[in-house]
Design a binder for this molecule. Structure first.
Ligand SMILES: *Cc1c(COP(=O)(O)O)cnc(C)c1O
Length: 396
């Protein structure tokens, strides 16, 4: 393994569960520490300004800061770097670059490609609602062509800088064959949003994705108390992303970096436990007459989507143990109505074309007991409707 600026030095390849606990914690024993220190410095002193000038020049050239303190917190932070090292190790990439949110991470990737003169993006729906909106609105000066996986090669242009897919996708849990898609991209970098699967279930870089994006707000943090994003990639692309992060300022706070590194340690245990419960709930939902359709990935995972015969708003209003809230990937179970919340910003026709129906509910299964969750969910589904309940006008 190549050594990177994140400190991913030569190591024996260890199992994921071991890496989850240990990667990013290098050098602690030598410092006489057991938990990683939280470095809250915004600036770093140096009496040698010639040396600092040389280090800043080196950073500006490749996005890699030579050994030594970060100069200023927008160039890098040691606590955040530990999380980046840990995530890169789990995704099997050379590097990772953390941002203030998943959307800040995606923005940085789009800006890096635009800066190289490659403003065209090819994307497959569905995507998370705000990712869809960012591309559709062209807020960052990009132009998007929407297609299905089979149409990717035909959609590529000389100025295509990125192909973007989510698998399993938010909120329908639709899956794409990442290896086949990567092949269709040719030399254009493929970005896979791996937020739903996490590296525990899927490592897209092993299948040819050059960029792996996470809303770390979700499973990586895992406790609903950190907002963050991260891109795992090769060192060359990571350098470009660090330069964009330096120039545009979407940095991750060191406290968040600390909490994310702590979150990685339990990621495999959390994902496997929640996935087992999700699989069981998906099975029960599929056999329930009040449910029209269940979406559960072949890959597994802790997300379940389902369509009800009745009014989805009623289901949301009746949960008691499950929290009716957007977001996902926390220790507690959340439910939301994508057409009203997570995908509200997507144009209605586009949303429907992407398979996001008005009766679809998205469940993020947490670590509670499966019988307790089923009792709550079953109660919320209510009486069996004899005829499908027509949806009110307000639901579009
Ligand atoms: C939540 C989410 C995002 C956006 O991440 P934030 O951390 O909320 O900015 C991107 N992709 C997917 C799949 C998501 O679920």
């Amino acid at each position: 393994m190549e050594s990177s600026s994140n400190g991913a030095a030569d190591t024996v390849r260890r199992a994921l569960a071991t890496e989850a606990v240990h990667a990013g914690r290098e050098g602690l024993t030598a410092q006489g520490l057991h938990t990683p220190p939280i470095d809250l410095s915004t600036t770093y002193p140096s009496h040698d300004s010639r040396d600092e000038a040389a280090r800043i020049d080196a950073f500006a050239a490749e996005g890699i800061l030579p050994e030594g303190p970060p100069v200023y917190a927008r160039l890098g932070n040691p606590t955040v770097a530990r999380f980046e090292t840990g995530l890169a190790r789990l995704e099997g990439t050379e590097s990772a670059v953390a941002f203030a949110s998943g959307m800040a991470a995606l923005s940085a990737v789009l800006l890096a490609r635009s800066a190289a003169g490659l403003r065209h993006v090819v994307a497959v729906r569905p995507l998370y609602g705000c990712s869809d909106h960012l591309l559709t609105a062209g807020l960052l000066g990009t132009e998007v062509t929407w297609t299905d996986p089979a149409g990717i090669t035909d959609a590529l242009r000389p100025d295509t800088g990125l192909v973007l897919v989510e698998s399993p996708a938010n909120p329908t849990l639709a899956e794409v064959d990442i290896r086949a898609v990567a092949h269709s991209c040719g030399t254009v970098p493929l970005l896979v949003d791996n937020t739903f699967a996490t590296p525990v279930l899927q490592r897209p870089a092993e299948h040819g994705a050059r960029l792996v994006l996470h809303s770390a707000t979700k499973y990586l943090g895992g406790h609903g108390d950190v907002m963050a994003g991260v891109v795992a990639c090769d060192e060359e692309f990571a350098g470009q992303l660090r330069l964009i992060r330096f120039a545009t300022g979407g940095v991750l706070h060191p406290l968040a970096g600390y909490l994310l590194l702590r979150g990685l340690a339990t990621l495999p245990v959390r994902v496997r436990a929640a996935s087992a419960t999700a699989g069981e709930l998906a099975r029960r939902l599929a056999g329930d007459a009040r449910v029209a359709r269940v979406h559960y990935p072949k890959l597994g995972g802790a997300m379940v989507a389902f369509e009800v015969h009745g009014d989805p708003h009623e289901v949301i209003s009746r949960v008691r143990l499950i929290t009716p809230a957007v977001s996902l990937g926390s220790v507690d179970t959340l439910i939301q109505h994508p057409a009203s919340i997570s995908h509200r910003i997507v144009d209605t026709a586009d949303r429907h074309d992407a398979g996001v129906g008005d009766r679809l509910l998205r469940l993020s299964v947490g670590l509670e007991d499966s019988e307790d969750l089923w009792a709550d969910l079953s109660g919320a589904l209510g009486e069996r409707a004899r005829v499908p309940v027509p949806l009110h006008e307000a639901v579009n």
